[in-house]
Write a protein that binds this ligand. Structure first.
Ligand SMILES: Cc1cc2nc3c(=O)[nH]c(=O)nc-3n(C[C@H](O)[C@H](O)[C@H](O)COP(=O)(O)OP(=O)(O)OC[C@H]3O[C@@H](n4cnc5c(N)ncnc54)[C@H](O)[C@@H]3O)c2cc1C
Length: 321
């Protein structure tokens, strides 16, 4: 019998970790989760590959790079997974925009005339790039199916004591998103960052646009296979999961200012998620527990963007004796 591993969490991090470990073989893996993948914060995500509201460092940038590579490969090989390479514009409003991400993916500065009309003459610039964008309603179930095909067991249950898993498991991976710190009990530094989106019918928009320095609030238009995701908000410490109609009106207004075609489109659904905000990403072995424990949370607004890099790091940590 191989090492018995419990992965706590079935969001994009837990699923990626479970699949990475299953693909490497030699272990019995169970995913313990109190929300199904499509109920998790990950299902609310846009979910475009782009670093946002998460740690940036050499280690994390390596994770960005490996996730980009893996998602690009999935887009090429598995149409059914729901990842597409999409072209779009990252709007820049500050005089010295952070373009460090362009070391990882090709990007070119757009001409002022290519910016939305409402931004021309405001001093805004933008970078055009092509990156993976996932339709999470397809991608998360695909990850789960891949796991199950490799023998990963899914068990819907709440875990309130990680140490109590000793005996049944040799190791536990805490991929519990915004609840990771509380579950481990040694980390009060996770701050939920509320994000609200509204999904509308796509009138034929093919390019995405992200305007995360908009002084009126975060704004993005992300074409998925099943809808256009319009966002968003960035509300540290707010925890209400109810979509707020006034906030939604602001999102619709900001997005229509970027892409006029979205105005008046039929609303398909609304969603709110709590990003696991943390100054530093926590992917490390946790000492002094009743079984081996590896923390894998704190991805902020970049869970999809860092998912495979995280999974590879967790697998490497587990392989260390
Ligand atoms: C509006 C919005 C837009 C976003 N857009 C993007 C984007 O474009 N690109 C991007 O990369 N990221 C984006 N994000 C961020 C991304 O969604 C998160 O970083 C990511 O979902 C974190 O994934 P996770 O698996 O760590 O957590 P989650 O998706 O929250 O999953 C946590 C899992 O842990 C389980 N769990 C927790 N506690 C317990 C417990 N005690 N017992 C059992 N199970 C437990 C839950 O049931 C769940 O299955 C966005 C987020 C929001 C809210």
């Amino acid at each position: 019998m191989g090492e018995r591993v419990a992965v706590i969490g079935a969001g994009v991090i837990g699923l990626s970790v479970a699949l990475e470990l299953a693909e490497r073989g030699g272990r019995e893996i169970a995913v313990l989760h109190d929300q199904d993948p499509l109920e998790s914060t990950s299902a609310v995500a846009g979910a475009v590959w782009f670093p946002y509201a998460a740690e940036r460092s050499a280690v994390v940038d390596a994770m960005l790079g490996s996730t980009l590579e893996r998602c690009t490969g999935i887009a090429a090989e598995h149409l059914e997974a729901g990842i597409d390479l999409r072209t779009g514009v990252i709007v820049e409003r500050s005089p010295q925009p952070d373009r460090s991400w362009t070391a990882l993916v090709r990007a070119t500065e757009v001409d002022a005339a290519e910016l939305p009309a409402t931004l021309r003459g405001t001093g805004a610039t933008g970078m055009r790039t092509t990156v993976p964008l996932a339709t999470m309603s397809l991608y998360l179930p695909w990850l789960r199916r891949r796991c199950e095909a490799l023998g990963v067991r899914f068990e819907r249950r709440a875990v309130d004591d990680v140490d109590a898993l000793a005996g049944d498991f040799d190791a536990a991976i805490v991929a519990a998103g915004a609840r990771g710190g509380t579950l481990l009990g040694d980390d009060a530094s996770v701050v939920p960052i509320r994000g609200q989106v509204v999904r509308v019918e796509d009138p034929g928009v093919t390019e995405f646009i992200v305007d995360d320095e908009n002084p009126a609030g975060l704004a993005y238009v992300l074409p998925r296979r099943d809808c256009l995701v319009l966002g968003g908000t960035h509300e540290p410490g707010a925890t209400s999961l109810e979509p707020d109609p006034a906030i939604e009106a602001g999102i619709l207004e900001r997005c229509a200012a970027l892409v006029p075609a979205v105005a008046g489109q039929r609303i398909l659904s609304r969603a709110v998620g709590l990003r696991p905000g943390r100054e530093r990403l926590r992917v490390e072995e946790v000492a002094g527990r009743a079984l081996r424990v590896v923390a894998a949370y704190g991805h902020g607004g970049s869970g999809m963007t860092l998912s495979w890099g995280t999974a590879e790091r967790v697998a490497a940590l587990l392989a260390e004796q």
